[in-house]
Design a protein around this ligand. Structure first.
Ligand SMILES: [Zn+2]
Length: 450
């Protein structure tokens, strides 16, 4: 009996039991539904949306009042676009109206409190249905499955606390990881010893190697591997929890000799998308949510970039309808050659906090910095922090003595982007520690755009 067999048939059902989820069952359903034609998936979305809206209008006092004010009748919803007249739900409204957003029959959906994982700003507390937790895990299995992983197969994980259930730590977390067949490495302290150990495990592992982690941590590992001409091979690299920039992807694939399968999601918004083996974009998990791309609350056609507005179709205890999750993305009008009917997201431009704000209010994309720094050999690590509109601080960990002329040039390039009213300050530092969840975000914008 292979270890994969044992994990699939004994350990994973136990994980479901401990976690109080039904992820294996939901995984099977999602694995089938993803191949349905686009029109059929839209019909499923529409039925689920109508059911959710009727429930919200009946059991949730916030929506009872809102629907009355807007003259909105959920029974009459005939198309996904019928949602558009409803106002957006912001994080501020959730904080203010938290009690009134909860259904009077919430208990029957077995909800559990969930705190949004924002690295900046204030967290938002919501109630998540049991079903929503199950879908979250099943969606991940589906993503890994698109790269050839099957339930029970081993996975190497390089991450912090954000990739496991929040209530687990210490011994329980270790047991949980083992039952899942994860071999875990901490992203908090990426020492050469740890990276050598992981690279050697990946190289000598018998069977397909699946590696999953924060985009930034996997990127650090890949650069380390490339510097040492590591000659192992990774079957699939799953990047998650952070925006993956193009230059990062290129360097990860080059250093670790394997394809990247990116994932994007927002747990509190109930939305997710994953990359398949054709790498033509990210498949939006349309069975579970409705996503609109909007600017100033107005929906935009495919191909245009805007704010992601999510309606989670499985949040009954605390429905979040037209929730502005804080990400910016572009949907694609084309289909993927893999045959999945799930719509494609052409690109995720990131969270609002992945952009800096220039002196004219213009957004400066993180990609701009990634181009400057990751092609500069003497830059070991960098981080750009903006706490006020008037100043951008660029921290650099140099490898040896940095060439003066290049420092001047970097200062000039960033200043040009920032504009005359925003001061750019370069700081040479010995290290940039990982953040509270073990992430190494390289763009941190604490300036509100509202
Ligand atoms: Zn595909």
């Amino acid at each position: 009996m292979s270890s994969t067999f044992l994990f699939r048939h004994f350990a994973l059902p136990l994980v479901d039991l401990v976690r109080r989820t039904d992820s294996i069952k939901v995984f099977r359903e999602l694995n089938e539904s993803q191949w349905k034609p686009r029109e059929e998936l839209e019909e499923i979305q529409l039925q689920r949306l109508r059911r959710l809206l009727i429930h919200a209008g009946k059991h949730v006092s916030y929506y009872k009042d809102l629907f009355a004010q807007c003259g909105f009748n959920p029974e009459k919803v005939q198309a996904l676009s019928d949602l558009a007249p409803l106002p957006l739900l912001t994080k501020d409204i959730i904080r203010r109206e938290r009690k009134r957003l909860q259904a009077d029959n919430a208990a029957q959906f077995q909800p559990r409190p969930h705190r949004s994982a924002g690295t900046t700003g204030h967290p938002v507390f919501i109630q998540m249905d049991r079903m929503r937790h199950s879908i979250g895990w099943a969606d991940m299995y589906r993503w890994w499955g698109a790269a050839g992983w099957r339930p029970g197969m081993k996975q190497f994980v390089l991450a912090g606390a954000a990739l496991r259930p929040r209530q687990l730590s210490g011994f329980k977390a270790r047991i949980y990881g083992k039952l899942n067949h994860f071999e875990e490495y901490t992203a908090f302290n990426l020492t050469p010893e740890l990276m050598n150990q992981l690279l050697s495990r990946l190289k000598n592992f018998r069977g397909p190697v699946f590696l999953r982690g924060y985009a930034s941590s996997v990127h650090v590992l890949a650069r380390y591997a490339a510097d040492r001409q590591w000659n192992g091979k990774v079957h699939a690299i799953f990047t998650t929890a952070e925006t993956l920039f193009l230059e990062q992807r290129r360097q990860i694939e080059k250093g670790l000799h394997g394809p990247v399968f990116d994932q994007w999601g927002c747990r509190d918004g109930g939305i997710g998308a994953f990359e398949c083996d054709r790498h033509q974009g990210l498949h939006f998990a349309a069975e579970n949510a409705v996503a609109e791309i909007c600017r100033y609350g107005k929906p935009l056609p495919a191909g245009e970039s805007g704010d992601v507005i999510a309606t989670d179709l499985f949040s009954y205890a605390m429905p979040l309808i037209r929730y502005q999750v804080g990400d910016i993305a572009t949907f694609s009008a084309s289909s993927c050659s893999c045959g999945r009917g799930l719509p494609l997201i052409a690109s995720i431009q990131g969270r609002v906090s992945d952009f800096l704000i220039g002196s004219n209010g213009q957004r400066i994309h993180g990609e701009f910095f990634s181009h400057i720094f990751w092609e500069t050999p003497w830059v070991k690590q960098f981080q750009v922090v903006q706490d006020t509109r008037e100043e951008i601080v660029v921290k650099i960990v140099p490898d040896g003595e940095p060439p003066k002329a290049e420092l001047v040039e970097i200062q000039r390039l960033v200043q040009e982007q920032a504009g005359p009213l925003c001061r750019v300050r370069l700081e040479l530092v010995a290290e940039i520690p990982a953040g509270p969840m073990g992430k190494r975000k390289f763009i941190i914008c604490n300036v509100s755009t509202q």
